[in-house]
Design a protein around this ligand. Structure first.
Ligand SMILES: NC(=O)c1ccc[n+]([C@@H]2O[C@H](COP(=O)([O-])OP(=O)(O)OC[C@H]3O[C@@H](n4cnc5c(N)ncnc54)[C@H](OP(=O)(O)O)[C@@H]3O)[C@@H](O)[C@H]2O)c1
Length: 249
C-alpha cells in the first residue's frame, strides 16, 4: 500500500515465472499484498502448491501453474493458461556455475533454453494482449554478473546479458503502445537455489560489495514491485541494480 492508502497493483493480473521459491516467491507475496491476481510457475508441482499455500491470502490472490521454461511446448501452454496478464516477471532461471573449460554442452544448452529462449517466447506470446490494451509492465530479472567478470559464471552471465538486451529492444518495440520493460539486476542473494549452485561462493561475493553483505530475497522483490507498479510509470528500458553497489565500483 502506498502513502495514499491505495493498493499498488489493484486489478492487475501478474505472472511471475519461478515464483515458487527465492526471489520470485517474495515478489509473489508482495504482489498479492498489493492486490494483484498472481500466477506463479515452476517445474515442481509439489513445491509450487506449497509455495502458493504459503502466501497469505488477500487482498489479491495466487495460483500455481506447472511449466518448464526450457520446454517450448510448456512455455506455450503456460502463456495460454496464465494470460492475458498486465505484468510479466521473467524471473525463473537455471543457475549453474561452471568454469568455461569444464562447461558441458548439455549444461550450456539448459542455460540458454531456460534463461533466454523461454522468456523470449513467453514474452512474445503474452505481449500482444498488453499491446492491444495499451498498457503493461515486463520485468526481467538479470544479474550483476552480466556486466562484470565473475569466474564460473560465463554461460549464466551471458544468458542474463541477452535478457538485458531484450529489455532495451522490447522497451523500444513496445513503448509506443504503452508497455514498459525493465530489468532488475540482483547481486548475491541468499536463496535455496543459489546455495545449491554456488555454495559459500555467494557469501564470499557479498563480502566484496560496497555494502559488505548478501541480500535477502525480499530486498530484490521490492525492486521488482517498484518496476512492475505504476510508481515507475515513466521508467522503461532501464536496469535497476539491486547489487549492494557491486557494479558501481
Ligand atoms: N540468488 C542470487 O544470488 C541471484 C543473483 C543474481 C540474479 N539472480 C536471479 O534471480 C532470479 C531468481 O533466483 P533465485 O535465487 O530466487 O532462484 P531459486 O531460489 O533457485 O528459484 C528459482 C525458481 O525458478 C524455477 N525454475 C528453475 N528452473 C526452471 C525451469 N526450467 N522452468 C520453470 N521454472 C524454473 C524454480 O522452480 P522449479 O525448480 O520447481 O522449477 C524456482 O521457482 C533468477 O533469475 C536468478 O538468475 C539471483
Amino acid at each position: 500500500m502506498n502513502t495514499l492508502g491505495t493498493l499498488e497493483l489493484k486489478d492487475q493480473v501478474a505472472l511471475i515465472t519461478g515464483g515458487t521459491a527465492g526471489i520470485g516467491l517474495e515478489a509473489a507475496k508482495l504482489f498479492v499484498r498489493e492486490g494483484a491476481t498472481v500466477v506463479i510457475s515452476g517445474r515442481n508441482t509439489e513445491r509450487g502448491k506449497a509455495a502458493a499455500a504459503s502466501i497469505p491470502e488477500g487482498p489479491g490472490s495466487v495460483r500455481f501453474i506447472a511449466a518448464d521454461l526450457a520446454d517450448l511446448e510448456s512455455v506455450g501452454e503456460l502463456a495460454e493458461q496464465a494470460g492475458p496478464v498486465d505484468i510479466l516477471v521473467n524471473n525463473a532461471s537455471a543457475l549453474p556455475v561452471a568454469a568455461t573449460v569444464e562447461q558441458s554442452v548439455a549444461g550450456f544448452e539448459q542455460l540458454f533454453d531456460t534463461n533466454v529462449r523461454g522468456p523470449y517466447f513467453l514474452t512474445a506470446s503474452l505481449v500482444p494482449a498488453m499491446l492491444a490494451k495499451g498498457s503493461g509492465s515486463i520485468v526481467n530479472v538479470t544479474t550483476m554478473a552480466a556486466s562484470m567478470g565473475v569466474p564460473g559464471s560465463s554461460g549464466y552471465a551471458a544468458t542474463k546479458a541477452a535478457l538485458g538486451s531484450f529489455t532495451r529492444t522490447w522497451a523500444a518495440e513496445f513503448g509506443p503502445s504503452g508497455v514498459r520493460v525493465n530489468s532488475v539486476s540482483p547481486g548475491p542473494t541468499i536463496t535455496e537455489g543459489v546455495l545449491v549452485e554456488w555454495g559459500d561462493g555467494v557469501a564470499e561475493l557479498g563480502k566484496g560489495l560496497p555494502l559488505r553483505r548478501t541480500a535477502e530475497p525480499l530486498e530484490i522483490a521490492e525492486a521488482i514491485l517498484f518496476l512492475a507498479s505504476p510508481r515507475s510509470s515513466f521508467v522503461t528500458g532501464a536496469t535497476l541494480a539491486a547489487d549492494g553497489g557491486a557494479t558501481a565500483v
